[in-house]
Design a binder for this molecule. Structure first.
Ligand code: TPP
Ligand code: MG
Length: 376
C-alpha cells in the first residue's frame, strides 16, 4: 500500500533502496491550505478551530484526513519502535515522540518544498512527517543495511538530503547553530528557502542557542526556531530548570518575535507555522514558535518516569490527545463514518507492520562497512 506523504515532488532518498515500491501520493494541495476563509468561500466543507491567538483556522476535509493519517503514521511507527526495542531488536538510545505528533505534522503542512528541517534526538516523527519512509527509518533503528544511514547511525543519526532533513543530533542544542547555518546558506544562495530548526525546552537554556539567535537576527536569516516544550528535559520539569518559563519570549533581547502555540492542536500549529515561515521567507529574519506539547512516554526507553504522576500523563492523553481530537472532528464535522476512519487506521497499520517486518529481515551491514563513511 502506498505511503502517502505531504509534498508532491520530494524524491525518495537514494540511501534507502527498497524493492517493495512505496510510491508517493500527494497530500492536499498547498493552495487549499490557507488558514484564511478561502476554503469556506469556495463552498468546500471545512472544520474550524480557534488558535491561541484567537484566530479562526479552517481545514478542508482533505486536510483533516491528511493530518490525521500523518499523525497516526508517526504514532504507530513509534509504538512499533517501542515494541521492537522491548524485544531487544533496537540497541542504544531510543527517544519516542508519542504525544507530540501535531507539531511536526502541522509544521510540515506549513512549509514549502526546499525548506529544511533539523532537530535533536527525538527525531523519528520529523523524519516520517517530512517524507522519509517508515521502512528506511525502522531499518536504521534495527541496524540494517537499508536503513537511512546504512544501519550505522541508529535512532539519533539519520539524514536525508532528498527530503531536506539534516538530522538527528544527540548533543542537546547542537542543531540550533547548524540550523542557523542552513538559513545563512539560504540567504547567501538567495534560494527562498527557510530553515525549520527544532529544539526542546531543555535545550532552550543552552548558550549556543543565544549565540545563534544573535547572528540570525543580525543578518536577518530565514529561520524559524520551533521550541518543542514538552514540559520536561529528561526528569526535570521546565519550572525547575528555567528562570522564565514563557520560552516564546526568549528572543526578546534580540528583537526576535515569538509566540506560544497549542502544540496539541494541528490546526493551530499549521496556522502559526504559516505565519512564522512567511515572516522568515519575506526577509524579516528569525521567528520563534514555542509549541506547548507533551510526551506521553519517558525521556527514552530506559526512563522509569518517576518524576511525574500517572494522573498527569493520563489527563493529557484523555483530554488533549491530538489524534483522538482530530478523529472526532472527522466524524462529527466532516461526517465520515467509523468505517471510513477505520480504513485509514488499517492502511497506516499495514505500512508500519510492513516496515517492522522489513527492519527484521533486511541483512545487517557487511563488516567491511566498518571502514566506510568514517573520517580516518
Ligand atoms: C550537551 C548535552 N548535555 C546533556 C545531554 C544529556 N541530555 C540528553 S537529552 C537531555 C534533555 C533535553 O531536554 P529537551 O531539550 O527538553 O528535549 P526533550 O528530550 O524533552 O525532547 C539531556 C540533558 C546531552 N545529550 N547533551
Ligand atoms: Mg523537553
Amino acid at each position: 500500500m502506498a505511503e502517502k506523504k505531504p509534498t508532491t515532488s520530494r524524491k525518495r532518498s537514494s540511501g534507502t533502496s527498497r524493492s517493495s515500491g512505496t510510491s508517493r501520493t500527494s497530500g492536499p494541495s498547498r493552495s487549499s491550505r490557507s488558514t484564511k476563509s478561502a476554503d469556506a468561500k469556495s463552498g468546500e466543507k471545512t472544520s474550524t478551530a480557534k488558535s491561541m491567538t484567537g484566530e479562526t483556522v479552517h481545514f478542508t476535509r482533505d486536510e483533516d484526513v491528511y493530518a490525521y493519517r500523518e499523525m497516526l503514521l508517526v504514532r504507530r511507527f513509534e509504538e512499533k519502535a517501542g515494541q521492537l526495542y522491548g524485544m531487544g531488536l533496537i540497541g542504544g538510545f531510543c527517544h519516542l515522540y508519542i504525544g507530540q505528533e501535531a507539531v511536526v505534522v502541522g509544521m510540515q503542512m506549513a512549509l514549502k518544498e526546499g525548506d529544511q528541517i533539523i532537530t535533536g534526538y527525538r527525531d523519528h516523527g520529523h523524519m516520517i512527517a517530512c517524507g522519509m519512509e517508515s521502512k528506511g527509518v525502522m531499518a536504521e533503528l534495527t541496524g540494517r543495511r537499508s536503513g537511512y544511514s546504512k544501519g550505522k547511525g541508529g535512532s539519533m543519526h539519520m539524514f536525508s538530503v532528498d527530503k531536506n532533513f539534516y538530522g538527528g543530533h544527540g548533543i542537546v542544542g547542537a542543531q540550533v547553530p547548524l540550523g542557523t547555518g542552513l538559513a545563512f546558506a539560504n540567504k547567501y544562495r538567495e534560494n527562498g528557502s527557510v530553515s525549520i530548526t527544532y529544539f526542546g525546552d531543555g535545550a532552550a537554556n543552552q548558550g549556543q542557542v543565544y549565540e545563534s539567535f544573535n547572528m540570525a537576527k543580525l543578518w536577518s536569516l530565514p529561520v524559524v526556531y520551533v521550541i518543542e516544550n514538552n514540559k520536561y528535559g529528561m526528569g526535570t520539569s521546565v519550572e525547575r530548570a528555567s528562570s522564565t518559563t514563557n520560552l516564546s519570549h526568549r528572543g526578546a533581547s534580540f528583537e526576535i518575535p515569538g509566540e506560544q502555540v497549542d502544540g496539541m492542536e494541528v490546526h493551530a500549529v499549521r496556522a502559526a507555522g504559516e505565519r512564522a515561515i512567511a515572516h522568515a521567507r519575506e526577509g524579516k529574519g528569525p521567528y520563534i514558535l514555542e509549541m506547548l506539547t507533551y510526551r506521553y512516554r519517558g525521556h527514552s526507553m530506559s526512563d522509569p518516569a518517576k518524576y511525574r504522576t500517572r494522573d498527569e500523563v493520563n489527563k493529557m492523553r484523555t483530554e488533549r490527545d491530538p489524534i483522538e481530537h482530530l478523529r472526532s472532528r472527522l466524524i462529527e464535522e466532516h461526517k465520515m463514518s467509523e468505517d471510513e476512519v477505520k480504513k485509514i487506521d488499517k492502511e497506516v497499520r499495514d505500512i508500519i507492520n510492513e516496515a517492522a517486518e522489513f527492519a527484521q529481515s533486511d541483512p545487517e551491514p557487511d563488516p567491511s562497512e566498518l571502514w566506510t563513511d568514517v573520517v580516518r
